[in-house]
Every structure is written in C-alpha cells, then in structure tokens.
Design a protein around this ligand. Structure first.
Ligand code: GTP
Ligand code: SPV
Ligand code: MN
Length: 589
C-alpha cells in the first residue's frame, strides 16, 4: 500500500512486517466500504443485524466475557523516565515496553486483514483538530471509529505529505487477559493496544489519544485535554451559556449533556444543547476566555439506566446507525434491551454473554445486559445536538464543574472562591468506582478532575499546568463541584437528578452573572436553599438545606485523606495546592 506521507508509509510498513496480516485495507470513509464491512462482520457472527424497520442501521456486538471494560491495571504510560508518568500511572520504561509489545504483536494478524483508519479528532481541517492513524485487525473497531471520529480519505488529504499524526496499533490477538496491554508512549505520539476488543481499550481515538496522549500534548502546547462533557444552556433571555463538567466514568456526563429541562423550566424558555458527552479540548481564545471543542463525532454511552424518562435524547440518538455492545438481544422482535430501559424485559432473549436469558435467570436477578454495556451512536442523531457542535473555534466556557459519586461528604453544589481554589476542588475529587473499569465497584477513591485513569503524564505536573493556564485566562470561568448522589440512611438518592439537575445549573449560571446569592462555608460557597428553584418539584427548601450541609467532621476526615493522597506527589505538588489544603484545614477548625 502506497502513501504520500512518509511517516505513514513507514508506520504501515513496519506494522505489516511485525503483525504479518494477509491483507491491508485502507478505510476511505465511503458508505459502500463501511456497508461491505458490516455485511462481512454479520457473516462471521462478529455483529448481528438488528430489526431494520425498528432500528435502521443498527447492530449488536458481544465482546468476550473477560473483556467488558477498561483495564486500568494493564494500562501503562511508557516514557524514558518513571517520574514523567508520575505516582498515579502504571509505568513501563519505553524501550522495554516496545520490546515486550513487539513480542506479543509478532504475527498477531496472521490470517487476518489489517485496516488502516485515518481519523481526525475534531472537525476535519480545523486548527484545533489532530489526526490519528489506527491500524487494527477488528472490523468492530473500524465501524465504531467511523461513528466516534471523522474517518477516511479527507483526513489523509488534510494530513498531506509532511503532516504529523498519532500512531495507534491495535490487535485483538487472542483476547488473552494475561497479555492484554494498553500502552501510551506520549513522548513518541504512539499507542499500542493488544488482546482486547472492548471500546475504551481499542477505539484509540478516545481515551488513549484524546485524553492520555492529548493531555501530554496540551501541556507542551499550552492547552487542556479533559474528561468533560460540554453543554449549552439557552436561557429565557435567548442567550446561550456553556458549561464543561468532569465526572468520573459512569457518573452522569452523557445524562447531564443531554438533559431535558423540567416542564417549569421549559415553559420559561430554557433549552439545553449538547456539544460533547465525554471529552473536551480546551484552549485560551484571543479574547482571554476559555474555548472548548468536543474532539469526538459520536457517543459511546452507558446503556443500562438509559430510558425514555431518564434520558430521552440519548435513547432517540440510538434509534438508527448505532452499534450496541453487550446488551440483551430481544429475540421477540430482533431488537435490544437493557436493565432500566423499561419494565418489560423480553421473555425470549439472549443475554450479553450470548446465552439464553431465562425466566429463572430473571427471577434470580441475573442481569441480561452487562452493567458497562454501551451504545455507539452518531452525534448527528442527537435531537439536542448544539448548532455549535462543528464550530472549529469551540464554545466559550462560563463555568467548569467537577463532581463525583459521594454518598455523604460533598454537598449538592458548592462554588470555589477563585481559580486556584477551583483547581484544588478538581484535584480533590473523589468518587465511588463504577463498572466502567474492571475491579471492585463502589469503593471511594480520589480521582482528580476525573482524570486519574487518563492523565498521560505526572499528575503533579498536570496540577501545575492547570494553575498556569489560569494566568493566561483573563476572563475566567467560575468553578463548581456537584454531587447528584447523596443518599439517606437506606441508600436512596436524596436528589432526583437527571433533568432536575438543571435547577443546580441554573444557580451556577446565575452565580456567573452575579445574580444569585450564596453562603460562605469552610469548603466554598453554597447556595441559600431558597436560591435553588424547586418549582414543580415534590421537594421542600428544608430537603435542599439537608443536601447542602457541610459536615465538618466528615470534611476533617476527608482533609486527612487528601493529605495522604497529596503526599504521593512529593515535591511535584504545587505549593498553591498545599496552601489550599492548609486553608481548608484552618476553615474546619
Ligand atoms: P462514561 O461514558 O463512562 O464516561 O459515563 P458518563 O459519565 O457519561 O455517565 P452516564 O451519563 O452514562 O451515567 C452513568 C450512570 O449514572 C447511569 O446508570 C445513569 O442512570 C446514572 N446517572 C446519571 N445521572 C444521574 C443523576 O443525576 N442521578 C442519579 N441518581 N443517577 C444518575
Ligand atoms: C469511560 O469509561 O469513561 C468511558 C467509556 O467513557 S470508555 O470508552 O471505555 O473509556
Ligand atoms: Mn468517559
């Protein structure tokens, strides 16, 4: 295969020599080629074509049962020096990593086709966009990348003869858990992923490039790559304000990005528009404000819990051109189902493992869909996609929101005092772990800026980079922290969440405009309970007051935990953050 771009030619030639595929195919992005690949995947059983009347263009795929989520324990940042990966990443010396990986990739594509996917993160040709090439032996990966990113010849044309790109090599190999590696080489713009077929491990444009590699690039080039949704709120006065929010995996980004305003808000004229649901690339504009783009072109969303009430926009987005992974196959009408879709689980069905999902299974509470089952859906399907979605300059941010799953400590919402305190609030984020990564679920861990699994360099340097960015932003957004997940003694959520989260965003936006009051607490500003608009909600101001309490004893414990976490960073911890922690402790006395 011949390419005009020398670097690309070398990358493909070397990878072919290493993996020895039978055939090499360039993905040109044409519908004919994609359609032929869908047919091929269906003929081999890799995908199942769903009911084309009810779900046009939709397919079902099941991964291996040992391969259903990101594997953080097998994800590595490979650099020359350990210090550059930092205390929160798994590290491998990069030459050793190459050597070890080459052993595993050797001959891994024998008998298979290698697909060459040129893709753009961000609108093709936009100055904020970056190009990647993924080489893979999986049609499922090709078809997902064609939804999640912009792929094909137009990307190669933009790359030109001398353009640089991120190299990504992926092989399913034998889906051997013991030899599964997701390796990032930020110093070399290279990603190598082997022995997995699960989204976050293999759609290399997503977490591997757009966060791990891009966060490193962002530090070199003076911008930020963040695990954030981006949404626009159009207010009754017609003005649209943009918010970016970082929540850990499976903590509500897709849901917040697509929220439907409560009836009372809709009647007043509030509208919400989705710019992105997972990743934001953020730069300082010429006017001194922060601007964010969503580098992706689709949504790789959590299926369970998505329904006509919780997230009708997400559901509508998945009704055509969507690939479902590890959900229930409803044999009654050849469609799909998952827990929380509706109250009628199909009687004649196949579970995510590919086995009949029986009456007995259901009676025993055996789940039909994997808790981390997903849909891959085109952004253009989304009924509330923002008119600014393709804007190459991005959207200006008025608020940056952090949040996680905390049963107790964090109040419904609080506001940081300034930029440095905002960075502190992001850096102390903590959340209960979810099914999005393999390992125990429900364990509280610190997850700064929701980037713990995604930061491509030393997180101490990452904090410093956030602080430095503040010096360049002359018109600063405000920082907030939210927690939709406070529970009562029985573990029930105290806040209704979902669409009602707009009530909190509304206070946030009014704060950015200097139009809402707040009370100062040891951790920052919280709303007066009466400042959260509860109209139409079966909740009292006292209930909200409960959600806003700041329990000093719990926060003292948290401060101890933060201190322990911060200690990992040694002298890489910026002094400004150590000072913020000291202030927090003093405020709690
Ligand atoms: P990733 O794609 O893994 O990054 O996840 P995400 O952050 O986009 O999470 P998503 O919006 O898919 O939500 C994950 C889970 O959280 C789903 O089961 C939702 O039902 C639940 N969830 C989302 N928003 C809320 C909320 O406001 N309140 C409550 N109680 N649950 C929520
Ligand atoms: C996440 O886990 O944060 C996701 C899904 O968005 S994955 O692509 O697996 O990373
Ligand atoms: Mn995510």
């Amino acid at each position: 295969m011949k390419f005009e771009n020398k670097g690309l030619q070398n990358f493909v030639d070397e990878s072919v020599a290493l993996c020895t595929p039978d055939k090499v195919v360039l993905i040109d992005g044409s519908e004919e080629q994609l359609e032929a690949l869908r047919a091929e995947a269906c003929s081999t059983g890799e995908m199942i074509k769903l009911n084309q009347e009810l779900l046009p263009g939709c397919y079902l795929h099941r991964t291996a049962v040992n391969d259903v989520a990101r594997v953080e324990g097998r994800t590595f940042i490979c650099t020359e020096k350990k210090e550059d990966a930092g205390p929160t990443n798994n590290w491998m010396q990069k030459d050793e990593a190459y050597k070890m990986l080459k052993g595993i990739f050797k001959g891994s594509m024998k008998g298979r086709t290698m697909y060459v996917i040129p893709y753009s993160m961000g609108a093709v040709g936009s100055p904020f966009s970056k190009i990647g090439i993924e080489l893979t032996d999986s049609i499922y990966v090709v078809l997902n990348m064609a939804i999640m990113t912009r792929v094909g010849q137009k990307v190669l044309d933009t790359l030109g003869p001398d353009g640089d790109f991120v190299r990504g090599l992926h092989s399913k190999a034998d889906i051997d858990e013991e030899k599964r590696y997701i390796c990032q080489f930020p110093e070399d713009n290279t990603i190598m992923s082997v022995n997995s077929g699960y989204g976050g491990n293999v759609l290399l444009g997503k977490k591997c490039f757009a966060l791990r590699i891009a966060s490193y690039q962002g530090r070199q080039e003076g911008w930020l790559a963040e695990h954030m949704l981006i949404l626009g709120v159009e207010k009754p006065d017609g003005e649209t304000k943009y918010i970016a929010a970082a929540f850990p995996s499976a903590c509500g980004k897709t849901n917040l990005a697509m929220l439907i305003p409560p009836k009372e808000f809709a009647e007043k004229g509030y509208k919400v528009f989705t710019v992105g649901d997972d990743i934001a690339w953020i730069r300082v504009g010429a006017d001194g404000r922060l601007y964010a783009i969503n580098p992706e072109n689709g949504f790789f969303g959590v299926a369970p819990g998505t329904n006509a009430k919780s997230n009708p926009n997400a559901l509508a987005t998945t009704r055509r051109g969507t690939i479902f992974t590890n959900v229930v196959h409803n044999l009654e009408n050849n469609t799909v189902w998952w827990e929380g879709l509706d109250k009628n689980p199909p009687k004649n069905a196949i579970d995510w493992k590919g086995n009949p999902w029986t009456e007995e299974d259901r009676a025993n509470g055996v789940k039909g869909a994997h808790p981390n089952s997903r849909f891959t859906a085109p952004a253009k399907n989304c009924p509330c996609i923002s008119p600014e979605f393709e804007n190459p300059q991005g959207v200006p941010l008025d608020a940056i929101v952090f949040g996680g799953r905390r049963a107790k400590t964090a109040p419904l919402v609080y506001e940081a005092r300034d930029w440095a305190h905002g960075v502190f609030v992001g850096s102390i984020m903590a959340s209960e772990t979810t099914a999005a990564a393999s390992g125990a679920v429900g364990v509280v861990r610190r997850d700064p800026m929701a980037m713990l699994p995604f930061c491509g360099y030393n997180m101490g340097d990452y904090f410093a980079h956030w602080l430095e960015m503040g010096e360049k932003v002359t018109k600063k957004p405000k920082f907030f922290n939210v927690n939709w997940f406070r529970t009562d003694e029985e573990g029930h959520f105290l806040w209704p969440g979902f669409g009602d989260n707009l009530r909190v965003l509304d206070w946030i936006l009014r704060r950015t405009e200097g139009k809402a009051d707040a009370v100062e607490t040891p951790i920052g500003y919280v709303p007066r309970p009466e400042d959260i608009d509860l109209s139409g909600l079966d909740m009292t101001t006292e209930d909200v007051a409960d959600l806003l309490t700041v329990d000093k004893e719990l926060w003292k414990e948290d401060a101890e935990n933060i201190e322990g976490f911060y200690a990992k960073f040694g002298d890489k911890l910026p002094k400004a953050l150590a000072d913020e922690l000291a202030t927090l402790k003093k405020n709690l006395e």
